[in-house]
Design a protein around this ligand. Structure first.
Ligand code: 26Q
Length: 806
């Protein structure tokens, strides 16, 4: 799309007149934002319509990505960029008297996700559209996204995120495409002429209304769709008879309970809780999404035998795994297929991505809950389980004693990961190590039964948002050196290797980083009244707060440095700014205590004369996509320090590397592949390997207390948690202390402390030699092309979905 600046201004003025009826001089930033997005949406809608007609006509295979989360952040800039209108829009806005960055900030982040899994889904949509692939998202239009984090006296407080307060500019409600979803009731089977008819009665009816968001690719014609479902009540399904008005009150109860379904996103990640409402949400997504896909399919095809050739259904973790019994239900009860044919179709259409091996994160639903909420679905799951266990018994006699472990239903619980593996044609992990752990450990028995299903798809991130958009100065320097080919072919970033040693290029890179650090410092000053030194090392730890991600290990290093400075006023260190951003699940007490410990440490460090010019600790409130976009371009050091084996992949590691930060990390998740790409000299690795972690878990020989006893530095740090260091009568951190010493340090914080401190010393030495640091930084950028989600999506498209550019 190309528009001149004047054309853009004309469109802008015209929109302003016809929608708000005001003159440009009167328009606020918010009104300017609304106007730009409206005029942009007009342009996008034309393309969108063309794509849809085209996709229906050509009848190419489509992929649907089912996910309970799509963490989109803001779309305004990436839509402008992808449409080729970013520059002209910015110039036009300036000409009209606006500051473009201020205007774009008016868009509320779409926070429909917790973290990695949700953001991955959003990156995938961008890559699908940019590679011109027919792939779409299916999700829930939560009224409230992930909570807003407010810090009060150093504690996290959660506030609702009412992101729809201002209209969401990118969505279009499609009432005419609404479908019905049924809950509860009871099911009877009637046998006639050797055929079963299923009667489902007394169910509750819920209307699922889709809101479509167009997904624009970078310099491509196709516009894909993210379809978000919203739950509404059905007044017509209710009969108002009672003269006393009881029906009316029943109706209001029903309405309230229906609207709850798409009310809010569950704020837990990596921890599973068996909440009825969450189960309702999952079935709501699956049933509504599947109905609309099958309607479209039916409009083109006579027989469902063709479904696997025309449709792939990718499920983002097990959260949408009810799609398996739901597809079986539709094929058998409505389309009259027998079990075997229905099973063949289902297991050739659904593919499953696993994102975790943490036991506490694996979904297991109580059978009673599923039975009463989804009676027919439960019957089908029982049958799947029955047949699966039989087939193991007969076809894999050597696994007979493992059947209890592998069953889909056991101890009155449904194991969703087992259901997902048994019911799909592809099972993938999200990084090499993670997939190996699935194959050889966690899902070992399933791998024996279905070796051909298991495969790896290492995660990626969209380089358009995470480099081109958020760090335009860096992108320009890169293009200045190697041309602009890398934007279409991110692997071309490898050409930067030639400049790793080039003093003039190093200087340019250093200048960009410095400017970004000054910008972040200014932002922090404005919003937190904390002064940070742009010449210090920006040491960045941004991700959800979780025991296994070990923010605590970082804190122990900080407290250790603090002690060194206090003990020796002449202690020489390169000044450092430790930047944290993290939300804790509201019910995860330990994680919340760690947040409080970060803020308490910040108080100490930032106010002690012995440390205040050497160290600063900042906890940035309300970490979210748009905040990540400010922090990442300014980062020097990327903290990726999870307990080895626990982080399936990580994706922040990729974003930071792409922006020239060096990684300090364990050999976990995608860190290993980053290390393989850049070589051991260009990354600071430390700590136990995953095999060492597994060994400890097996042999039970780990003794946290022995390490505590033998390391004076650790004792000094940890004893601060008990004494009066943080406040005179304070014992609030004793739980943390106890979890390490009495619960034997589940995440091996103490065990990795020594090697972490050593790696941090190595970081400091390297940073002192700026030339060497910059060389490593450029080397990291050069190798980051592999981690573009374009690569990931091409692999999914070729190896799992069999979809092709349109
Ligand atoms: C499940 C049931 C009930 C309520 C909530 C949940 C739930 C919600 C979100 C469980 C897990 C999640 C999110 C998991 C997640 O973000 N995993 C991360 O996925 C990334 C993308 O693959 C990986 O890079 C990370 O390593 C992984 O932790």
């Amino acid at each position: 799309m190309s528009l001149s600046q004047q054309e853009f201004i004309d469109l802008f003025n015209d929109k302003l007149t016809t929608t708000l009826g005001i003159r440009v001089e009167e328009a606020t930033n918010k009104e300017a934002y609304q106007t730009v997005s409206l005029l942009l949406k007009d342009i996008i809608l034309r393309k969108w319509q063309l794509t849809q007609t085209n996709q229906l006509e050509t009848d190419e295979k489509q992929m649907y990505y089912f996910s309970m989360e799509f963490l989109l952040g803001r779309l305004i800039e990436s839509n402008l960029l992808n449409m080729g209108l970013l520059e002209v829009c910015e110039n036009a806005l300036k000409e009209l008297g606006f500051e473009p960055a201020q205007v774009f900030t008016e868009e509320h982040d779409a926070g429909l996700g917790n973290g990695g899994l949700g953001r991955l889904a959003a990156c995938f949509l961008d890559s699908l559209a940019s590679l011109n692939l027919p792939g779409h998202g299916v999700g829930i239009r939560y009224k409230y996204g992930l909570f807003q984090q407010k810090m009060v006296d150093g504690y996290q407080v959660e506030l609702p995120d009412y992101w729809l307060n201002d209209d969401y500019m990118w969505e279009t409600k499609r009432s005419e495409k609404a479908v019905e979803v049924h809950f509860g009731g009871h099911v009877t089977l009637e046998k006639k002429d050797n055929q079963y008819t299923v009667h489902h009665q007394n169910y509750e009816r819920v209307l699922a209304v889709p809101y479509d968001v167009p997904i624009v690719g970078y310099e491509t014609d196709a516009v894909n769709t993210l379809r978000l479902w919203s739950a509404e009540s059905m007044p017509n399904s209710f009969h108002f008879h009672s003269p006393k008005g009881h029906d009316y009150y029943h109706y209001l109860d029903y309405k309230r309970s229906v609207e709850q379904i798409s009310e809010f996103l569950y704020p837990d990640d990596s921890y599973y809780e068996g909440k009825l409402l969450r189960l309702k949400q999952q079935y709501f997504l699956v049933s509504a999404g599947l109905q609309s896909i099958l309607k479209r399919f039916k409009s083109k095809h006579q027989s469902f035998q063709l479904l696997p050739q025309k449709v792939s259904l990718q499920i983002n973790d097990t959260h949408p795994s009810l799609i398996i019994p739901e597809l079986m239900r539709i094929l058998m009860d409505e389309e009259k297929f027998g079990w075997d044919d229905a099973w063949e179709i289902t297991t050739s259409t659904v593919a499953y991505t696993n994102h975790t091996t943490l036991v506490e994160a694996l979904e297991k639903w109580p059978t009673e809950m599923v039975k009463s909420l989804l009676p027919r679905i439960y019957m089908i799951i029982e049958e799947i389980n029955e047949r699966f266990c039989q087939s193991i018994y007969f076809d894999f006699p050597h696994l007979r004693e493992k059947i209890a472990d592998m069953a889909i239903i056991s101890y009155e619980q449904i194991h969703m990961a087992h259901l997902a593996i048994v019911g799909s044609y592809s099972v993938n992990g999200v990084a090499k190590l993670h997939t190996d752990i699935l194959k050889n450990r966690e899902m070992k028995n399933f791998y024996t039964v279905f070796p051909e299903r298991f495969n790896n798809k290492t995660n990626g991130i969209t380089h358009r948002r995470w480099l081109l958009n958020v760090n335009r100065d860096l992108a320009n320097k890169i293009t200045g050196a190697i041309g602009e080919n890398w934007i279409q072919e991110p692997r071309e970033l490898i050409q930067l290797i030639k400049y790793a040693d080039d003093a003039s290029f190093q200087k340019q890179i250093a200048e960009v980083k410095h400017t970004n650090k000054e910008k972040l410092a200014a932002y922090i000053k404005e919003h937190y009244q904390i002064t940070i030194n742009p010449n210090s090392i920006f040491d960045v730890h941004i991700k959800r707060l979780h025991g296994y991600k070990r923010q605590l290990l970082n804190l122990f290093h900080i407290l250790h440095l603090y002690q060194l400075c206090v003990d020796n006023p002449n202690y020489q260190m390169v000044p450092r700014t430790f930047i944290f951003g993290a939300k804790a699940a509201p019910g995860y007490h330990f994680a919340k205590q760690v947040i409080k410990l970060i803020t308490a440490t910040a108080e100490k460090v930032n106010n002690n004369p012995a440390t205040k010019d050497k160290m600063k600790v900042v906890f940035l409130e309300n970490y979210k996509v748009s905040l990540a976009e400010k922090i990442i371009p300014a980062a020097d050091l990327s903290e990726q320090i999870s307990t080895a084996s626990k982080e399936a992949s990580g994706t922040g590691n990729m974003k930071l590397m792409m922006n020239g930060a060096l990684t300090i990390g364990t050999l976990d998740g995608a860190n290993i592949e980053i290390s393989d790409m850049v070589g051991p000299k260009n990354i600071f690795t430390f700590g136990l390997t995953s095999d060492q972690v597994f060994d400890y878990q097996k042999n039970g020989q780990y003794r946290a207390r022995d390490i505590y006893n033998s390391d004076k530095r650790l004792r000094e740090v940890m004893d601060k948690l008990l004494g009066t260091f943080f406040s005179p009568d304070d014992v609030e951190f004793k739980n943390i202390y106890y979890s390490l010493l009495y619960n034997n340090d589940e995440y091996f914080v103490l065990r990795d402390f020594d090697s972490y401190v050593e790696a941090q010393q190595h970081v400091e030495q390297t940073y002192r030699n700026q030339q060497s640091w910059l060389k490593k930084s450029i080397t990291n950028m050069a190798h980051s092309g592999k981690f573009s989600s374009d690569r990931t999506i091409s692999e999914y498209a070729n190896q799992i979905w069999d979809i092709h550019p349109q």
